[in-house]
Design a protein around this ligand. Structure first.
Ligand code: ADP
Ligand code: MG
Length: 359
């Protein structure tokens, strides 16, 4: 990105910030899905106001924000030493509090309704089910730092189940597998809450790294993170039978000569990289199933399992889990936005588990 463009963006962000200082009026209900890969912000009455990668770029020397979201993501692997690029979450947990705060602040300010008064607002932040109390507290601390006094925390699996259209408030149990960027979280939901949960640190970023390793060792080519992510999204598959072995190009740097080179990767190669990782996820799901009370197991046989999170979009993920687990698998209609859509209902009910969602 050109320096001028960066300047323009920063100036625009500052203008919004300044206008906020002069028009702080409305209280808002804000739902935040701060994922390892993507940040989504929902504002009641406005809808989803931000849906971009959880990435922020700073000027290394002045600490000034240069870009957030998509623009910051594009800089990964392309930056010089004057730019520091931060993903404030690692494996579902905040690793850089200041960067997380700045990112959310700028995301909220992208809302059309710029006169949100954070001091009067309610904020729901979603967190992984398996995080410790300290990690949960850091989410509350984050909202407090933003100036929101009224904060509550809900589990992502729960919000995601609601957002995917499951009736989690009934006595009929359901299982959700959320495959995101940093972790895969598994939860059995009944009567509005999580009964059993498991988590494994194998998800999108791990898949990307394994693709990078595979390409390095088998094709002698170093590829970047964004390239690996694109390859996974475009030709990644888990189907046992491929109607045609499609290919995609990957550009990178030759390991030996150090020069730029392009190769063509086959779907079947990427499948062979992904498959053992998905077997490990399936084993974690089995562990969760083994810890599930009998009545709820019976419900899961009836209702099947819902796949959520961005990696639910990997071609053939449903077929793979169906074969491994022998249960019906449904892909959520909106795997990338389900959690933040669920916050809409949770903000209304405020964790009142037995209240049916009202539209
Ligand atoms: P998080 O909740 O951790 O932020 P998300 O649920 O937003 O993660 O999912 C992000 C992951 O989903 C990334 O690894 C991304 O590459 C992957 N993803 C997104 N869209 C697709 C797609 N169409 N096919 C395969 N993977 C996808
Ligand atoms: Mg997520």
């Amino acid at each position: 990105m050109k320096k001028r463009e960066i300047d323009k963006q920063t100036q625009a962000a500052e203008r919004v910030q300044n206008s906020m200082k002069h028009a702080p009026n409305a209280a808002a209900k804000i739902g935040i899905d701060l994922g390892t890969a993507n940040l989504l912000v929902y504002v009641d009455g406005e809808g989803i106001v931000f849906n971009e990668p959880s990435v922020i770029a700073f000027d290394y020397y002045t600490g000034e924000v240069l870009a957030v979201g998509n623009n910051a993501q594009k800089m990964i692997g392309r930056n010089h030493k004057g730019i520091k690029i931060v993903s404030p979450l690692q494996q579902g947990v905040i690793s850089d509090m200041e960067a997380a705060k700045k990112l959310i602040e700028l995301a909220i300010r992208k809302a059309e309704n710029t006169d949100i008064n954070l001091e009067k607002s309610t904020c729901l932040i979603c967190c992984p089910s398996e995080v410790t109390q300290i990690e949960r507290d850091s989410m509350v601390e984050l909202a407090k730092k933003l100036g929101v006094p009224d904060v509550f925390i809900e589990e992502e699996v729960k919000a995601g189940g609601i957002g995917a259209g499951l009736d989690i408030y009934g006595s009929n149990g359901s299982m959700v597998i959320d495959m995101g960027g940093g972790t895969t979280d598994i939860g059995v939901l009944s009567l509005g809450d999580i009964v059993v949960s498991e988590s494994i640190r194998i998800a999108g970023n791990y898949f990307d790294n394994e693709i990078i390793n595979y390409v390095q060792y088998n094709h002698g080519l170093l590829i970047g993170k964004n390239t690996a992510k694109r390859i996974k999204e475009v030709i990644g598959t888990l189907r046992a039978q491929l109607p045609e072995d499609r290919t995609a190009f990957a550009n990178g740097r030759d390991v030996l000569s150090g020069l730029p080179r392009r190769i063509e990767l086959k779907q079947s190669e990427i499948r062979d990289v992904l498959k053992p990782l998905f077997v490990q996820i399936a084993n974690t799901v089995l562990k969760a199933l083994q810890g599930t009370p009998a009545e709820l197991s019976a419900d899961i046989i009836e209702n099947g399992i819902t796949l959520n999170g961005g990696c639910a979009k990997i071609d053939g993920a449903d077929e793979f889990f169906n074969k491994q687990l022998g249960l019906d698998i449904k892909i959520a209609p909106n795997p990338l936005t389900a959690i933040v859509e669920g916050t809409r209902i949770l903000l209304k009910n405020r964790g009142n588990y037995y209240v049916k969602p009202i539209d």
